[in-house]
Design a protein. Sequence first.
Length: 265
Amino acid sequence: MQKASIPQTLADFQKEFSQVKAPENAVTFNPPTPETIAIGEGKAIPLITICPPRINTGDFFDVLKQVAGVIKKYKPELVPEVAQIEAALPEGTAERDLFVSQVFNPEANLLDDLGQDLPSETFGFLINHAAKPFMIQYGQEVGKLYDLEQWLKGECPVCGGRPTMALLERDTGKRLLYCGVCEIKWRFQRLGCPYCGSSESQFFTVEGMEKYRIYFCDQCHGYIKTIDGERTSAAMDLFWEDINTVQLDILAMREGYLNQQVDQP
C-alpha cells in the first residue's frame, strides 16, 4: 500500500494542544488500600473507578478556556459552537464543582446534566481535550498502583479507555498498548485483537513506513497502529507517533476497518 497525504496544519493544531498543561500537583485522590487494589486488579476495574481523581475547579476551567482558544484559532468554523458551549457552562460555585467532578466520572452524561441542546461532537472534543492534561498527571501517579505487566486487558488500567496505538518492544518483543487519554502503556498478548478479544489478527505495512504495522481484525473490523521496535532505535513519543501517522488511519479506514477508540454509531 502507498502513503496517503495528511493536512499540514494538523501537527500545529496538536502541538498547541500539547502545550496546554495542568498546574503542577493539580490532581489528588484517596489512595486505595492494598485489599482494594488486589480486588481491582483481579476484577479488571480501572483505577479511575476505585480512586477517582479530584480536580481543582478553577484549574479545570482555566485549561478549558485555553483549549477553547486553540479550537477557535485553528477551526474558525467551530467558533459559534464553542461560544454556545461556553455560554452553557455552569456559573455558580457549587454547580461548577459538580460539573468538574462529572467530567472525570466515566458513568456521567454531561450533556444530559447541562440540559441544553448543544453540538455533541464539538462538546466532546472540547471537554476531552481539557481533561487530557489532568488525566496524564493522574495516570502518572495511579498507574503505579497496578502491575501493568500483568494487566493483559484491552482496556486502559487507569481510565478504562481503548488503546490508541501499540508498541512491539525492541529487546523483549513484548506488545504494549498505549492509551491516548492518560498516556499509560501496559502489556498485552503478542497476537490478538485488543478490542473484541479475538485471538486472531493480521497486519499490513506501508511502503516507506516499514517501522509501522497496521494490525486489523476481521471479527470486529477494528485496527490498531503498531510500532515495530526492531525497526527503530530512536526514542519514541507515542502521542506524536499517533499524530504523525494519521495517514495510516486513513488507509485502514479506506480498507473498511474502524477506529475502535470511540463507539461506532
